[in-house]
Every structure is written in structure tokens, then in C-alpha cells.
Design a protein around this ligand. Structure first.
Ligand code: GBH
Length: 460
């Protein structure tokens, strides 16, 4: 069969929403321009040993200066939506106080440029670039940061809500909290479990506060939501230890967000698991009502899934700290350049699971995609591996829809190769190749496949 042909894709409705996604720090560059202040990522990149080859986002794809050209590229893909993030340190260089007009002006032009090309802007308010001054004051583990986020959100909302119809507050709070404050694999690089759990609650509180205020101020029908990164967690065997490990992992990565957002309380088992580690979510009276705002669209980012085991390689069920073992186990499938296994059926299972557990929640896939070792030869990147990844995952979404999941759109990660966080520029997720010496953009075969797929599904 031809690369990327998958009949399930053609069961998607003509009204399905198609897009591409990026985030500010990963593409913009221009970190010192027009009054932008430093973010935790500027600092993290300058900390020796944190980012591959000492790379940073100072220039990235130079999108800040090439935005009209990039929007033309987006238009040429035939997508209806472009998901981008606003850099908090451009809008409020120190994380508080009045807006920096030059910072907002960039997004104002971006929105107009998109609308001029018939592409809907989809705003993410926070994709990991916390102003450094707020981190110096304690960052997301501090309650005050939630209130600062709501204030910042209103500055952006006031500037763009006459034209932007979809707003998501946070991208992947799990990454902000767990990778940023516990594992230290992302900015700000702290390693403190309790701080990370406090960050979880304050991120959710910030989402609730911002959503409440934006909705009250919306000038026209506007959709609000949040994006979570999720996977389908299944036990490696049906032993009690492995089932418990999968439950714990799922609790701490998925249900700890979905339950307060959609049911108004934290999962009881997660609260107990945390108590066993002497950690408590810092919930004040009234917080849970604030966090449970109506969700018009739940953004789902999916890349991979694993199995879980409660037993380590030596057969032990507790680790050196006396905590129960949660070990990830591979399916043994092919992997991407990130060494992430390719598990499209985990995507179907995840989406069906969410719709079964939280009935009626409308979802959009706000990110899905893969890095591969692309080569640009004779002006062409023949990335059949990426086409197959995208096709199998879009088909997985179609399968979930046929099993009742209300998934309304799919956005590929990413529009173009960009700064892949601690992997620097070494990993390429783009539909469009970027030459970082010349900033020349070259659509890969996957970009053309994506354009043709959208055209075909829409045209039926
Ligand atoms: C997203 O995060 C980000 O939103 C985006 O900025 C980023 O560029 C993109 O993904 C690609 O990385 O090792 O098999 O356990 C991704 C969140 C969390 C997804 C960790 C993969 C580990 C897979 N990631 N997860 S595995």
C-alpha cells in the first residue's frame, strides 16, 4: 500500500478541525527584543549541562522576524487552525504589572495575519516560559503565581478576544510540575517532589482563575479549555503489584488533572498515595470550585504509551526511599528519534477511556507528532516514517470517534522543526524542515501528505 494510506482516516467528518501547532520559546527567538524579559527557559539554557550542546532559544526559527512568511506557509498547508502560545515575558517582562505594548503588538499582528489567510488563531496562554522574576519569588509552588497568571491572561485576552475564539490556559501542566520541579529535566530544574505537587495545584488554580475571568469578559461566544499530555497506562501483567503501579502512574499523570477539572475534586486514591509520601495538595476553601470551570474543549497531547510494573528488575516492590516501585516497561515496538515507542492503539484507548470516565467532554488533539532522523537531500525530505506515524495516529483518533469519543480536531506537532527543549535543535518534529544556518524552510513530504489528506477529507 502507498505510504500513509489508511482508510480509517476517511471516516472523519468534513467538519473535522485540522491544524498545526507551535510554542513561543521553541520558535520565536528575539529574546531581547521589544522589552521581553527573561524566562525560566533563558536561565535553564544557560545552566551548564541542562540542554543538549548548550543550545538555547535566542534565535530558534527567528519566527519573530519571519512571522508573515511562516503564516503564508501555514496557509499553504490548508489547515483551518494554527495553535501558538503567547510568551508571558513579552507581555509582562517581570510577570506582573501593566502590559508591555510592544510585546502584545506582535501577537496582534500574528492574529491579523492568520485571519487574513483564513486560518483560525488558537491561543495557548502558557507553554512553559514563566517570567524569571516569578520563579525567583518561588514559581508555581507558590500560590501567588496562580493569581499572577490570571492577571497576565486578562492582559492578553483584552488585546485579542475581539478576534480569537479559542483560548487554552496551560500546555501540559504535568510537564511544568513534574519535569520542572521534581525531575529537573525542564526549567526551572528543581528536584523537590513536594514543590512539584504544590505546583500541580497552583497551575490548576491559575487555570480556573484565568478561565473564570476571561469567560466573564468574553465579548462574543468563545471556547475555553486546557491542554493535558496523557498516555494510556496499562499494567505489564495482571499481577496486583503491576495493576497498582499502573493505577498510581495514571493517577499522578492524568486523573490528578482531569478529576478536579471535570468532577471538582482530587482522586481519593491519589490523595492517599501522596499522604503515604507525607505530601499534601495545598487546597484552600473554594479552590476546587474555581478549578472546576466548564471546559468547552479539552486539549489532548499524545505521543506514546507504556506498560507499568510494580516490581523492579531485582524483584523488589519498594525503592531505596521506601516508596512503591513504578517502573515503565516497553511494549517492544519501533521507536521514534526520541526513543519513544510508537503505540497508536494506546491513543485510541486513551481517548475512549477519557470519554467513558468523563462523559461528553469535547476533545481536540492539540499535539501529536514525531521526531525522526530526517535528511534534506536535493531540496527534499522524504519522511515516510513521519507520514506513517501521522497516518496511524489520525486513524487511531478516527477509531476512538467510532467508539464514542467526541474528538473534534487534530493538530500536528509541529509546523516546523524547532527548539526541542532539553534536546536542543537535535530533534526535529516539523512538517517543515528548518535550516538553522540560513533559516530556509522546506516543506517535508509529510507536509504535502498532510495537506492532501486534509483536502481529501474536507472535500468529501
Ligand atoms: C510536548 O511535550 C510539548 O508540548 C512540546 O512543546 C514538545 O516540543 C513536544 O511535546 C515534543 O516533545 O519517554 O516514552 O515515556 C511532550 C510531553 C512527556 C511526551 C513525556 C513524551 C515521555 C514519553 N512528553 N513523554 S516516554
Amino acid at each position: 500500500p502507498t505510504v500513509g494510506s489508511n482508510p480509517a482516516i476517511d471516516t472523519l467528518p468534513a467538519t473535522f478541525r485540522w491544524g498545526v501547532a507551535t510554542s513561543a520559546y521553541q520558535i520565536e527567538g528575539a529574546v531581547h527584543e521589544d522589552g521581553r524579559g527573561p524566562s525560566i527557559w533563558d536561565t535553564y539554557c544557560r545552566t551548564p549541562g541542562m540542554v543538549h550542546e548548550g543550545d538555547n532559544g535566542d534565535v530558534a526559527c527567528d519566527h519573530y522576524h519571519r512571522m508573515p512568511e511562516d503564516v503564508a506557509l501555514i496557509g499553504s498547508l490548508g489547515v483551518d487552525t494554527y495553535r501558538f502560545s503567547v510568551a508571558w515575558p513579552r507581555v509582562q517582562p517581570g510577570g506582573k504589572g501593566p502590559a508591555n505594548p510592544a510585546g502584545l503588538a506582535f501577537y496582534d499582528r500574528l492574529v491579523d495575519e492568520l485571519l487574513g489567510r483564513g486560518v483560525d488563531p488558537w491561543v495557548t496562554l502558557y507553554h512553559w516560559d514563566l517570567p524569571q522574576e516569578l520563579e525567583d519569588a518561588g514559581g508555581w509552588p507558590e500560590r501567588d503565581t496562580a493569581y499572577r497568571f490570571a492577571d497576565y491572561s486578562m492582559l492578553v485576552f483584552d488585546a485579542l478576544s475581539d478576534r480569537v475564539r479559542t483560548w487554552t490556559t496551560l500546555n501540559e501542566p504535568w510537564c511544568s510540575a513534574m519535569l520542572g520541579y521534581y525531575e529537573g529535566r525542564q526549567a526551572p530544574g528543581r528536584q523537590d517532589f513536594e514543590a512539584a505537587i504544590h505546583a500541580v495545584h497552583h497551575l490548576l488554580l491559575g487555570h480556573g482563575l484565568a478561565t473564570q475571568r476571561m469567560r466573564a469578559a468574553a465579548p462574543a461566544p468563545t471556547e475555553f479549555g486546557i491542554t493535558l499530555n496523557m498516555a494510556h497506562a496499562s499494567p505489564a501483567t495482571d499481577s496486583e503489584a503491576d495493576r497498582e503501579a499502573a493505577r498510581r502512574a495514571d493517577g499522578l499523570s492524568r486523573r490528578i488533572y482531569l478529576d478536579p477539572l471535570l468532577r471538582g475534586h482530587y482522586p481519593v486514591d491519589v490523595v492517599e498515595d501522596l499522604a503515604a509520601r507525607s505530601v499534601k495538595l495545598p487546597v484552600n476553601d473554594g479552590d476546587l470550585e474555581i478549578i472546576r470551570q466548564p471546559i468547552d474543549v479539552l486539549g489532548v497531547n499524545y505521543y506514546s504509551s507504556h506498560l507499568f510494573s510494580g516490581v523492579d528488575e531485582q524483584g523488589r516492590t519498594t525503592d531505596a526511599d521506601g516508596h512503591p516501585v513504578d517502573r515503565t516497561v516497553r511494549f517492544g515496538r519501533p521507536v521514534t528519534a526520541m526513543d519513544w515507542e510508537i503505540v497508536p492503539e494506546g491513543f485510541t484507548k486513551l481517548l475512549v477511556q477519557i470519554s467513558d470516565e468523563y462523559p461528553g467532554v469535547p476533545m481536540v488533539i492539540t499535539e501529536n507528532g514525531a521526531a525522526f532522523d530526517d535528511t534534506l537531500t536535493g531540496g527534499v525530505v522524504q519522511d515516510d516514517d513521519r507520514i506513517e506515524y501521522l497516518a496511524s495516529h489520525i486513524a487511531a483518533v478516527a477509531a476512538a470517534r467510532s467508539r464514542g469519543a467526541d474528538v473534534r480536531g487534530y493538530f500536528a506537532w509541529s509546523l516546523m522543526d524547532n527548539f526541542e527543549w532539553s534536546y536542543g535543535y537535535a530533534k526535529r518534529f516539523g512538517l517543515v524542515h528548518v535550516d538553522y544556518d540560513t533559516q530556509v524552510r522546506t516543506p517535508k513530504s509529510s507536509a504535502l501528505w498532510y495537506r492532501d489528506t486534509i483536502r481529501r477529507v474536507r472535500g468529501r
